[in-house]
Design a protein around this ligand. Structure first.
Ligand code: SAM
Length: 397
């Protein structure tokens, strides 16, 4: 499969080799790395990881395209859906975006929030990658009016003081370093990355610790069945702690997560017996996490039942769960699209807007592969669009 993937430049290969060397040294001195730690280094090792180094990543010149990168329609719909919550919370409400990517969402969302008259007190961005932070800063400085740009602040860590408002994250949970597990002879094992005699990376299974084994047993109990021998998949045992860390200080407001994934019984289908791990390299998807480490994005789908449980655990109730296509319709995509069409004069721009809608909506593109989950707390009657509540599929969780 690797032969079908485009070749890296000599510089890119040298960059990947530096990360590979670092991984080899770590494994040689500390022993095999749990897969989650391997993925963490591949994505976030300072200066070398996929998100920490200066690669293009998003858009046509990168490796994949996200909904905010397609154009402004997605962000305008998200703003339609959440702005009644911001309006209800009043002048003190903030908007916190996790993982701002190229800054495309922040730019479109701030313009839409200003147009709706519901600008948050601050637009906060929590972005672990110093490289992406810089790109976001530059993009917003260049493209936003000064009074909007002045509301943007980058955080080094989640807010520690209680706050109110909306937390939004598109395609962030799929980028959290995932644990890979398997079940062998009735016991839970965790996938690790080791070295063979020639220094090549290789995957091995070691008995899981209590945290991983407990998380896998919880899924089995919830599904009412044990995993077949040799079944292999992903799990995020740290998800409840992560939600608590990023949203624990939100005293009143809404969390909105959009990502690709499934409810638990679809995530752990018996036939999906090698999990959902994917690598993305220049718009090709493949499943070899050892191919050019640091140059590939590594992701795993989201178990939305686990996200709901983690939210509940942190004191949030599920306010809505629905496929992206239905979320966008309920959030007024038709009007947003017609308005955007009326603003452009040339055929090419109209065509591009229509293409954007297709990518966002078609079931085999983002429409049904992506889901939106809304979690709320501290609000008696949540002012969400009636269409959104009507389309809720939370019962499937
Ligand atoms: C696939 S990109 C999505 C970017 C953007 N949201 C979009 O839709 O275009 C994943 C983003 O999540 C960020 N990220 C990864 N782990 C994170 C964490 N623990 N907290 C906040 N952001 C994180 C990455 O640095 C990157 O900006």
């Amino acid at each position: 499969m690797q032969s079908r993937l485009p070749d890296p430049s000599a510089d890119e290969r040298a960059h990947s080799d530096r990360l590979l060397q670092l991984l080899r040294e770590q494994i040689a001195s500390h022993g095999p790395l749990p897969f989650s730690q391997y993925m963490e280094r591949c994505l976030y090792a300072p200066g070398l990881g996929y998100y920490s180094a200066g690669k293009a990543k998003f858009g046509a010149a990168g490796d994949f395209i996200t909904a905010p990168e397609l154009g402004e329609l997605f962000a305008r719909c998200v703003v339609n859906a959440v702005q009644p919550v911001l309006a209800m919370l009043g002048d003190e409400a903030d908007f916190l975006e996790l993982g701002g990517g190229s800054g495309a969402f922040a730019e479109a969302a701030l313009n839409a929030l200003a147009a709706a008259g519901t600008l948050p007190r601050s637009y906060l961005i929590l972005e672990p990658s110093a490289d992406l932070r810089e790109r976001q800063r530059e993009r917003l400085r260049m493209n936003l009016p000064t009074e909007l740009n002045a509301r943007v602040q980058w955080l080094d860590r989640p807010p520690e003081q209680d706050w109110q408002g909306v937390l939004f994250a598109n395609e962030v949970i799929d980028a959290l370093p995932t644990t890979r597990f398997t079940v062998l002879g009735g016991e839970v094992y965790e996938e690790h990355v080791a070295l063979d005699g020639e220094g090549h990376l290789l995957r091995i299974d070691r008995p899981a610790d209590a945290l991983v084994a407990g998380a896998v047993r919880h899924v089995e109990r919830d599904l009412g069945a044990t995993f077949a021998d040799g079944y292999r998949s992903e799990i995020l045992p740290q998800l409840p702690y992560w939600i608590q860390a990023v949203a624990g200080s939100l005293s009143a407001g809404l969390l909105l997560f959009v990502d690709y994934g499934y409810v638990r019984r679809e995530f752990y289908l018996p036939e999906r017996d090698d999990g959902t791990l994917m690598a993305h390299y220049r718009h090709r998807s493949h499943n070899d996490p050892f191919y050019l480490p640091g140059l590939n994005d590594l992701t795993a789908s989201v178990d939305f039942t686990a996200l709901a449980e983690a939210g509940n655990h942190a004191g949030f109730g599920v306010a809505g769960y629905l496929p992206q296509a239905q979320f966008l319709i309920a959030a007024g995509l038709q009007d947003v699209f017609e308005h955007a069409q009326a603003q452009v004069a040339d055929e090419h721009s109209r065509y591009r807007l229509a293409q954007q809608v297709k990518r966002l909506m078609l079931p085999d593109q983002m429409g049904e592969r992506f889901q939106a989950m809304l979690l709320a707390r501290g609000i008696d009657v949540l002012p969400l669009p009636a269409e959104l509540l009507a389309a809720d599929q939370g019962g499937r969780l």
